[in-house]
Design a binder for this molecule. Structure first.
Ligand code: HEM
Length: 136
């Protein structure tokens, strides 16, 4: 009887779809940043050429989502003397980046290439600050 129950349990577990397990859906910051980097680069090129259409809007919206995702993750903070302060700083920079990405999205949605470029430039500055402070 015990064996039968065990067999049933194993059969059940093996049928649970893997996508329903939460922990596997949490991506590493590095992976999120990589995706952000690729989309950001392509979007920057397009907007610099004056392209502010549906493709660019979709990219900007994806970037907003990725920044939101990166706010749920933390970098390696082991080298920081005060973990709470470092966490606050990371989240603050992240919030600034979110504001700027939403500005870019709004500018693209009204086909304002110049304002979109300004917002992407501000995002670049935040990227430099964030990477200087947290990557090494
Ligand atoms: C436009 C904005 C940004 C872009 C496009 C961007 C892109 C990237 C890219 C391409 C990487 C390298 C991933 C790899 O190792 O291959 C990276 C890593 C990283 N970025 Fe950003 N980033 C941005 C903003 C920020 C900000 C504002 C912060 C901090 C608040 C930040 C924190 C980090 C950290 C900590 C890593 C290292 C992650 C790891 O290897 O675990 N980034 N980012």
């Amino acid at each position: 009887m015990k064996h039968l129950m065990l067999a049933c349990l194993l059969a059940f577990v093996s049928f649970v779809p893997k996508t329903s397990i939460g922990a596997e859906d949490v991506r590493e910051l590095k992976v999120v940043m990589e995706e952000m980097g690729n989309i950001f680069k392509a979007l920057g090129k397009s907007v610099a050429q004056g392209k502010v259409g549906a493709t660019e809007l979709a990219s900007a919206r994806q970037l907003v989502k990725l920044v939101e995702e990166s706010a749920t993750l933390l970098p390696d903070l082991s080298s920081f003397p005060d973990r709470a302060v470092a966490t606050q700083r990371y989240l603050d920079l992240n919030k600034q980046l979110l504001v700027v990405m939403k500005d870019a999205e709004a500018a693209i949605s009204r086909a304002d290439a110049s304002a979109a470029l300004d917002a992407l430039e501000a995002a670049k500055e935040l990227r430099t600050i964030g990477h200087d402070e947290f990557k090494l």
